[in-house]
Design a protein around this ligand. Structure first.
Ligand SMILES: *[C@@H]1O[C@H](CO)[C@@H](O)[C@H](O)[C@H]1NC(C)=O
Ligand SMILES: *[C@@H]1O[C@H](CO)[C@@H](O)[C@H](O)[C@H]1NC(C)=O
Ligand SMILES: *[C@@H]1O[C@H](CO)[C@@H](O)[C@H](O)[C@H]1NC(C)=O
Ligand SMILES: *[C@@H]1O[C@H](CO)[C@@H](O)[C@H](O)[C@H]1NC(C)=O
Ligand SMILES: *[C@@H]1O[C@H](CO)[C@@H](O)[C@H](O)[C@H]1NC(C)=O
Length: 503
């Protein structure tokens, strides 16, 4: 998500750099189980062991149509680990990670929930890549292109990008899972789908749309209610603000005051040069927005990925509070930047366009319209309301398409979710950490006996499905244990039903 805030996110796509409102698709924080910045530092290939086998499936381009091009296929990547599987004879279960807006091979290394629980359940592990991302891009699979170039081309091509949506992705998962079960002769092996963030939304939706394929879903940090008008637009940033307030009142007050100071200095003679110097920017600032977006993105990222043991919000605030002798507010804010990113010779205010940032922007401009704005006067950030019209204008500029802000709730639901799902659907765990700004759009209360909400007060984004660590606090260990217990109960009931009905 870090990249998504930056105005220079998509150098080749950005049309206007002038507006400061939320009406811009690159202002929607990205959804990802871990901070993309941190993830890139891991050498993925070094970690994937030989237990993980990569396959490609000839996937149908268009599941919902009979136009000639619908019969086209593309190569969809998936990864299987059968090291712990109990086998088809025993109807041993299958844990499936539903890929989201990034390459699947990076996910394989970080999702402890699958690898750590596979031995206990004798589960087969399957990781499915989301269409268009990683190596599963229809453009790339045809021409062997570089992934970023392929993504750029995909979202520009008005034939191919029409197939780039969540309904097609879920249908891919359905077709591919049936193919895998067939191949393994594992017809009665129960499937649990697991995902985080956007992938968490996909998991819960998959269970609701394809109950004959998935027995249950673990939807971690899935903001399925952040659509239409279900969640107040202030939800996301009110939690960012709360996190910083909890870390330190003084830190909150300093940050809240700093935005005016940035604007004030920027209008002085040589103001931008002064700001560039104060914040050690790698290249001179062109306008104060670059700096403000960088900071805003840093605070939001710190809150979203506010994980133990380091708790980035606390780290930033220690930097700011530790510099409380500095008379200049901006010097204190910069001390927070240094505390968050220590040891940098300069701070780069521009970020490069990645396959994920480009692809997610298309998704945001078509159906994943998540209205996030700032309207509260206690917010740590300047007011910046979400204005649908501006959002639409921006998407029209960028892609020449009209976003469909009501499609997600039309197709998947979300309105009156308690009323609807208390009598429909089952076997979904919605897990959240309440310090995660996206938890404001999550399901936080149990809906029925088997649509359950597991939340932790001090948790952040997707912690429960990530690799466990020695330093994990008790509440996180417990959240994961509770999830395992619930899934065990689903299995017990399933195997009981299977015996009664099939034998
Ligand atoms: C768009 O994609 C289609 C299908 O891959 C291809 O036939 C067509 O040439 C592309 N159009 C452009 C303008 O690249
Ligand atoms: C702030 O100044 C006071 C008095 O000059 C000094 O005792 C204290 O150590 C300083 N604190 C920091 C963090 O520099
Ligand atoms: C800053 O980031 C941009 C985009 O990733 C990159 O092109 C540029 O080289 C970087 N500048 C420095 C000084 O590292
Ligand atoms: C913030 O808004 C509330 C409700 O609109 C109002 O009662 C309060 O006085 C405002 N606080 C400040 C500091 O402006
Ligand atoms: C959450 O963290 C705060 C300190 O940041 C601590 O005081 C509180 O006890 C924690 N709550 C739980 C339930 O662990």
């Amino acid at each position: 998500m870090r990249f998504v805030f930056s105005w220079l996110l998509l150098l080749s796509f950005v049309v206007t750099l002038t507006t400061t409102t939320r009406g811009a698709p690159n202002k929607t924080p990205r959804l990802s189980p871990v901070d993309p910045l941190l993830k890139r530092q891991t050498d993925v290939s070094a970690i994937i062991s030989s237990d993980f086998e990569t396959f490609f499936y000839d996937q149908t381009l268009d599941h919902f149509n009979y136009k000639p091009e619908s019969y086209t296929t593309f190569q969809q990547r998936y990864i299987i680990n059968s090291k712990w599987w109990g086998g088809a004879n025993k109807n041993a279960p299958i844990f499936v990670y539903l890929g989201a807006e990034e390459p699947i091979d990076q996910d394989v290394t970080i999702l402890g929930f699958l690898t750590e629980n596979a031995p206990r359940f004798k589960a087969l592990l399957v990781y499915l890549e989301h269409r268009f991302y990683g190596e599963s891009n229809p453009v790339r699979s045809k021409e062997g292109q570089d992934p970023v170039e392929a993504m750029k081309e995909s979202v520009k091509n008005d034939t191919i990008r029409g197939y780039f949506n969540s309904a097609q992705a879920l249908a891919d998962y359905a077709e591919l899972l049936l193919h895998i079960k067939n191949k393994l002769d594992a017809h009665n092996s129960p499937i649990i789908v697991i995902g985080g963030s956007y992938g968490g939304m996909l998991s819960s939706w998959f269970r609701l749309k394809y109950p004959h394929i998935a027995l249950g879903a673990l939807a971690s940090s899935a903001p399925i209610l952040y659509f239409d008008d279900i969640t107040p637009q202030d939800g996301y940033y009110s939690i960012v603000t709360k996190d910083f307030k909890e870390a330190s009142e003084n830190c909150y007050a300093t940050i809240k005051q700093s935005w005016d100071d940035i604007d004030r200095v920027a209008t002085m003679p040589n103001g931008l040069a002064i700001l560039s110097q104060k914040f050690k920017t790698c290249s001179p600032l062109n306008n104060p927005l670059e700096l403000k977006d960088y900071l805003e993105s840093m605070y939001a990222s710190a809150a979203q990925y506010n994980a133990p043991p380091k708790y980035p919000t606390t780290r930033i605030c220690q930097g700011i509070d530790g510099a409380s002798n500095a008379t200049d507010i901006l010097d204190r804010v910069f001390a927070g930047v240094v505390a968050y990113h220590p040891g940098r010779s300069c701070y780069n205010m521009t970020s490069e366009a990645t396959q994920t940032s480009i692809g997610w922007q298309w998704q945001v401009c078509s159906e994943m319209v998540i209205p996030i704005g700032i309207t509260s006067n206690v917010s740590m950030f300047p007011n910046s309301p979400y204005v649908l019209k501006e959002f639409i204008d921006d998407c029209v500029n960028r892609f020449d398409v009209m976003p469909r802000p009501h499609w997600v709730t039309s197709y998947y639901g979300g309105q009156d979710i308690r009323l609807i799902l208390s009598k429909f659907g089952s076997n979904i765990i919605f897990s959240n950490g309440l310090r995660d700004p996206y938890s404001s759009g999550g399901v936080l209360e149990d809906i029925s006996e088997n649509i359950l909400a597991l939340k932790t007060i001090n948790g952040s984004h997707c912690l429960d499905i990530l690799n466990s660590m020695e330093t994990d606090p008790e509440w996180l260990v417990k959240q994961r244990k509770d999830e395992v217990k619930i899934i065990s109960q689903w299995f017990s009931k399933y195997y009981q039903d299977l015996r009664l009905l099939k034998q």
